[in-house]
Structures are given as structure tokens and as C-alpha cells.
Write a protein that binds this ligand. Sequence first.
Ligand SMILES: Nc1nc2c(ncn2[C@@H]2O[C@H](COP(=O)(O)OP(=O)(O)OP(=O)(O)O)[C@@H](O)[C@H]2O)c(=O)[nH]1
Ligand SMILES: [Mg+2]
Length: 460
Amino acid sequence: MSPDQDTIAAIATPVGRAGIGIIRVSGPLSLEIAGKIFIPRNPARRLRSHRLYLGRLVEPSSGDTVDEVLLSFMKAPRTYTREDVLEINSHSGFALLTKILHILLDQGARLARPGEFTLRAFLNGRIDLTQAEAVMDIINSRSERGLYLASQQVKGLFREKIEGLRQRALQILARAEMEIDFPEEDSDLVFREEGADQINRSLVEPVQSLIEAHGSRVWVDGINAVIAGRVNAGKSSLLNRLVEEERAIVTPVPGTTRDVIECTVNIDGIPFKLMDTAGFRSVSNEVERLGIGLTTKRLAESDLVLIVIDRSRPIDKDDLDAIHRCREKKALMVLNKIDLPSGLDPGDRAALSLFPSVQTSALTGRGIDQMKQAMKGTALEDHRLDPNTSNAVPNLRHRQALETALGFFREAAERTKDGFPMEIVALELRSGLDALGEITGETTDEDLLNTIFSQFCIGK
Ligand SMILES: Nc1nc2c(ncn2[C@@H]2O[C@H](COP(=O)(O)OP(=O)(O)OP(=O)(O)O)[C@@H](O)[C@H]2O)c(=O)[nH]1
Ligand SMILES: [Mg+2]
């Protein structure tokens, strides 16, 4: 696959009121465009690569100055994309950045698609797919540990692991192919015992431990936690307590929250994306009904549900409805309003024992710390989380490919031992190799690349 030969341009910083904005250009026209739109303060100077120049950005047709800018030209191949690159630091602001972008487009550049700079870095062989994905993880990281893991991956830690595995698989494959070409009757049995053992040790076990490391992705991805429950239970009050800010409106009127309100809180370094939702009750009001629809959708996508119950009154059918909707989910029951006398009925115990529970008062703040710890404990139940890990951490896509590879390598080991023809073993090994290659992008199709890079922001 060869990269496009056209020149792309995009605004790389958020467009809005800010001190500085950066516009990026990559491709063969970069230097020519710089010559037309930029007049250095010292015109005698020729633009040298990897230097920063102060000057005026001008509209080429009129010669009018658009802004005073800092411009750098970086000659291929020592650049992010391995193509010629221009970077313009101007003042920020929507009108100015858009104007500069239009000038660049008039000079023959094309608007970059999301992630296209990084896609070019990948297509030109500067980074592999795991490194490209880690660039995105760095941008999205919400915790220090997540940032650290993502930066390890950008440096190529995961890439090295996968390439190491591929090398080993290739060596074993070469041996199997030798056996196909020059079968030696008497060494066959020994080879097969030994060969199966080697596949297990060099491929099956390391792939398995990489799959287990996927749990540590929570440092990067965080946990989606939905706060749900009947109306007026204190969901919004709890959200405000957890984030220590008045983010959601709280009133005694049932049905106050309609839209989903999102905020992030770090609990011992793990990012929790909290979503306060519309409370459940059977309603006729169209707006509230739509709100409950949104709640249902968020529930389906959540990693953890906090089912809030007003403990000062008996459980009613709306509480049961909330509990019922979460039966397939990982959930924590939050018995709220413990500053008031308990109003629960003895018969309510069965419903309340379906999930682990904590007791809180969103009003006084009692129990909030315990609630945070319980959230962490419940959410991480199935994760193998090593707080000191500096290991390669596969994302979901990597994990799926690793599982495919694992299946093939296991089969290869079994079949080697069971005396299957070596042609079949070689086939399994090759399929395993292909699955590993999908992770780094060695074997990959355009659809996959589109899916990955379309999640990027424009200008990266
Ligand atoms: N006494 C007491 N009152 C509380 C507590 N938590 C919330 N409240 C009150 O309960 C009422 C409802 O609180 P909200 O936080 O708006 O409840 P909600 O679950 O978000 O309600 P909806 O958005 O309508 O579904 C408000 O009057 C709160 O002040 C608590 O722990 N103790
Ligand atoms: Mg609310």
C-alpha cells in the first residue's frame, strides 16, 4: 500500500479562543507553499529544515498580511509523516485559523481526514499500528498511569513484543517446513515432542500472558459507570458528591434529570466516567420518557451500574424496575439518604441482596469514600490489575487478534504432538502469524485502517 502523493493540511489545535493555534501541512507541496505564503522577517534567509522562522503569513494573490507567525519546514524523511512537513504557529481564533487553512487549500493542499497525518506515518513505515493507536490513547488519556502506558506503547514496547513473537513463530515454521521438505523417519518422534513443547513455550504461553495484560487497559480506557435508579433517589446529588462539584441540578421534584450528564472522577488513579441519568418511573411525559430511553441505552454500554435506592422509604415498583434492568450487569447498590430513618420493609431484603451494597448520604457526605472504594472493587473484580505494570497492554482489538493467534498456536502444538502431517502444522503456524501481523499492521486491510484512523481527531 503506498501513501497518497497529495499534500494535506489541517488545523491541529482546538479551534477557539486561545493564545496560539497550529496548522499542519504534509506532502510534496509543503516547501513550495511555504515560499508563496510566508515572508520571513529576514528575507535574505533561505528556509532550512527543522528551524523556526518568524515572519508574516500573507495572502499570495493580494500580498496582504494575514498574521505574524512562526513557521517551520521539516524535510522528509525526519518528520512525523516521513514526508515534507510545514507547521505554522499563528494566533488562535476561529476566523484566523480558518482563513489560513483556506489559503493553504487555495495553494493546492487538500483538507486532511481525521488521523491522516498518523496514517501516513504508518503507511510510510515510521510507526506500526500499535504505535498509531497509542498516539490516540495519549490524547485521550485521563489518568497518569494510562498516559504512561500509552507512551510506552508509542515508543514501541508492544510492537517489539509482537515482532519478537513473530520471529519465533517464523523460526518454528522454518523448522516445520524443513521437516516437510526433508522428512527424517527416525528423528520424527523426538522432533514432534520437542516441537510441540517449543510451540507451547515460545508462542502459546507468551501470547496467553499478553492476553491477561489486557485487564490493565482500565488505566487507559477508564470505566463507564452509570448512575441509575428510581426518580428522586439522590442520583444527581451523588454525582455532585463524587466529583465534588455542582454538576447536576438537584431538586425535590421527581424527574429533574432528563439528559445524561457526564463527568470523570479518578479513584486511586483509575478514571471513572460517571453518567447521571433520568430516574425510572412510569410516565406519560414525552420529555421524561425520552430521558429514560437514554438511560436504557447508557445502561447497555456501561461497565458498572450504581443503582441508587432511597433507603428512607420502602422499595417500590420503580426501584424493582431499575434493579431488574441491571440483572445482567455488574452493579453496586447504593442505599442513599441514611441521614434519615430507614423506611425499608423487611420484605425488601431479598431485592437488596442481589448486588453488593454501600450506604451513603449524599446530603452529608457520609459513606462517599466507602462508595468510591466499593466502586473500584466491583469494577475491577475481573481485571488482573498490576499497579506497577510497565508491560505492554493490548487494547480490545489487539486482544481479539491475540486470541485468534492463540487458537492457531495451540492447534499447531497439539497437531505436532499427535502426528498430523507437518503441512497442516505449518498452515496453523502461518495463520497464527497472520493474526499477530494484524496487530502491528503487517497484514491488514483497508477497512480496518479506516476504522482505526477515523477515531482520530483532525490534524493528528
Ligand atoms: N435527606 C437526604 N436527602 C437527599 C439525599 N440525597 C438527595 N437528597 C434529596 O433528594 C431530592 C432528590 O435528589 P436528586 O439528587 O435530584 O435525585 P435524583 O435521583 O437525581 O432525581 P431525578 O433526577 O428526579 O431522578 C433532593 O431534594 C435532594 O436534596 C440524602 O442523602 N439525604
Ligand atoms: Mg437527577
